[in-house]
Structures are given as structure tokens and as C-alpha cells.
Design a protein around this ligand. Structure first.
Ligand code: ADP
Ligand code: MG
Length: 250
């Protein structure tokens, strides 16, 4: 089976600081995978290299069979790679529905300009409803972004990424800044997301990491420290020492 996403000897330096050290990584189709490690391990840098917002110093990135190492972030999106963006990518004065509809119509543009075609508006509405249901936001569909909570905005971002029907979704700290009750709800809906999308999640919330992921990669000082099934990683003494030791002070 071709991996949904793969890197070969991926490397990144900022001056003398090596932040990604020859990373060979592979994400299976439909995988539920977590990337963990202490602050500064290089997790966000790695995700930025995958999504193309950073250029590597060396190595390769593949989406499926396609070498996208030199492809722009936008063309990687077209190849099926989505990630969540910062909150300021949402249109604050528009409603939740309108924000999601924009993303859906952007995907469907090549499909005949759905947004401009009144005949197909019901199809657009159905897709928006489906996405809002997926992230549990149906009850705030008609509210403006400026009127909903921080946690709900994070969920809108996930809906926008899912609107692209990606083969790979990168979630960099989706639970950051959420109260425990919201992160528990986030976990519930993450585990229900369709398996057509492989998901790579970075988070410091170990309940989310081990509740969600089947497999885990631990990064440390720009390299992969260990990889394996969630259960093995969870009980790995070295991982507990390195990771949880740091998390106590985070
Ligand atoms: P993590 O997400 O695991 O906390 P990061 O990928 O954000 O780690 O950072 C890894 C290391 O790279 C850190 O030491 C950080 O200070 C450094 N770093 C990240 N981005 C830059 C940059 N643009 N310029 C210089 N150093 C950077
Ligand atoms: Mg980070």
C-alpha cells in the first residue's frame, strides 16, 4: 500500500541549529497517528515542512507517490494535504455556515462553480450541514465567528480543513488552550472522523494522544526517538521520562 504521506531524509537547519535531522517518516492511508515530544523537539517545524510553509535544507516529501518537495503549500492542498490554520484565517463577521460554505465551494469550483450556481445550492448546503454535524457545530451554524467560543472556532478550522476532503490532515495542537471539557468533546469527534483521511495530530494532552492515535512517533531534539503502537509508547519508560518529565514543567 502506498503511504498517504512520506518523508525521506528530511532535514532542516536554522543556521547551526538542526531542527529536523534526516527524518524518515511514513503515514499510512487512513492512519490515526500522533507526534509527541517536548517543547522545541521540532514537531511544528516538521509539520511546516510537510505542508510546505517551510522549505527543507535537504530530503524529500511525498504525498502518495508524488514528490511535492518543491511544491507550494497551495498545490499540496490540491494534492489532498490539509492542515488547520490559525484563528485569524476565519472571517469573523461571517457566520459559521458561511465560512464553511466558502471552503466547500472553493473545493467544488473545478466542479462547475457551485457557489455561483443556484441550481446546486442545495448540494452545497447538504455538504456544509454534513461538515458541521461532523464537528458538532450544528447548534451554532447561524452565529457569527465573533459570537462563538474559542473552542468552537478551533472546530470551525477543522471543518474548513475537512471541507477539502483531504487524504491527509495535519492537526498541530488542536486542543491547545481548551478547557478539559472541550478537549474531551474534541477527542470524541476526532475518533468519529471518516477513515478516508489519514490524520497526524500533535498535542500535549496525553488523553487526546493516546485516546485518538493507533500509532505514535516521539520526537526529541529534531530526530525520531522512537515509533510504535500507542500502547507500547505509553508504557515505554524512556518516553515517560523524556516526555512526561518535560511536560511537568511545560
Ligand atoms: P516544537 O513544535 O516541537 O515545540 P519547533 O518546531 O517549534 O518545536 O521548534 C524546534 C526548534 O527550532 C526550537 O529550538 C525553535 O526555537 C527552533 N526554531 C523554530 N522555528 C525557527 C525559526 N524560524 N528560526 C530559528 N529557529 C527556529
Ligand atoms: Mg509546536
Amino acid at each position: 500500500m502506498t503511504a498517504a504521506l512520506r518523508t525521506k531524509q528530511l532535514r532542516k537547519s536554522f543556521g547551526a541549529l538542526q531542527v529536523a535531522k534526516d527524518i524518515n517518516f511514513s503515514l499510512d492511508q487512513g492512519a490515526r497517528h500522533a507526534l509527541i515530544g517536548p517543547n522545541g523537539a521540532g514537531k511544528s517545524t516538521f509539520v511546516n515542512l510537510l505542508s510546505g510553509t517551510l522549505k527543507p535544507t535537504g530530503g524529500k516529501v511525498y504525498i502518495g507517490d508524488v514528490d511535492v518537495t518543491n511544491a507550494s503549500p497551495a498545490s499540496r492542498v490540491n494534492r489532498g494535504l490539509a492542515r488547520t490554520f490559525q484563528i485569524n484565517s476565519l472571517f469573523n463577521q461571517m457566520t459559521v455556515t458561511e465560512n464553511v460554505a466558502l471552503a466547500v465551494s472553493a473545493r467544488l469550483k473545478s466542479d462547475g462553480g457551485l457557489w455561483r450556481n443556484p441550481v446546486r445550492q442545495p448540494e452545497l448546503q447538504r455538504e456544509v450541514d454534513r461538515l458541521l454535524d461532523m464537528v458538532d457545530l450544528t447548534s451554532v451554524a447561524t452565529k457569527r465567528i465573533s459570537e462563538i467560543s474559542y473552542g468552537q472556532r478551533r472546530l470551525v478550522e477543522i471543518a474548513l480543513a475537512l471541507a477539502l476532503k483531504p487524504s491527509v490532515l495535519l492537526l498541530d495542537e488542536p486542543a491547545a488552550g481548551l478547557p478539559k471539557s472541550s478537549s474531551e468533546r474534541l477527542l470524541e469527534l476526532l475518533v468519529r472522523l471518516p477513515r478516508e483521511t489519514a490524520i497526524l495530530i500533535i498535542d500535549h494532552d496525553m488523553d487526546i494522544v493516546f485516546g485518538f492515535a493507533d500509532t505514535v512517533t516521539v520526537m526529541f531534539q529534531g530526530g525520531i526517538l522512537v515509533e510504535g503502537k500507542s500502547g507500547e509508547i505509553k508504557s515505554n519508560a524512556l518516553v515517560r521520562e523524556v516526555y512526561l518529565g518535560n511536560a511537568r514543567h511545560a
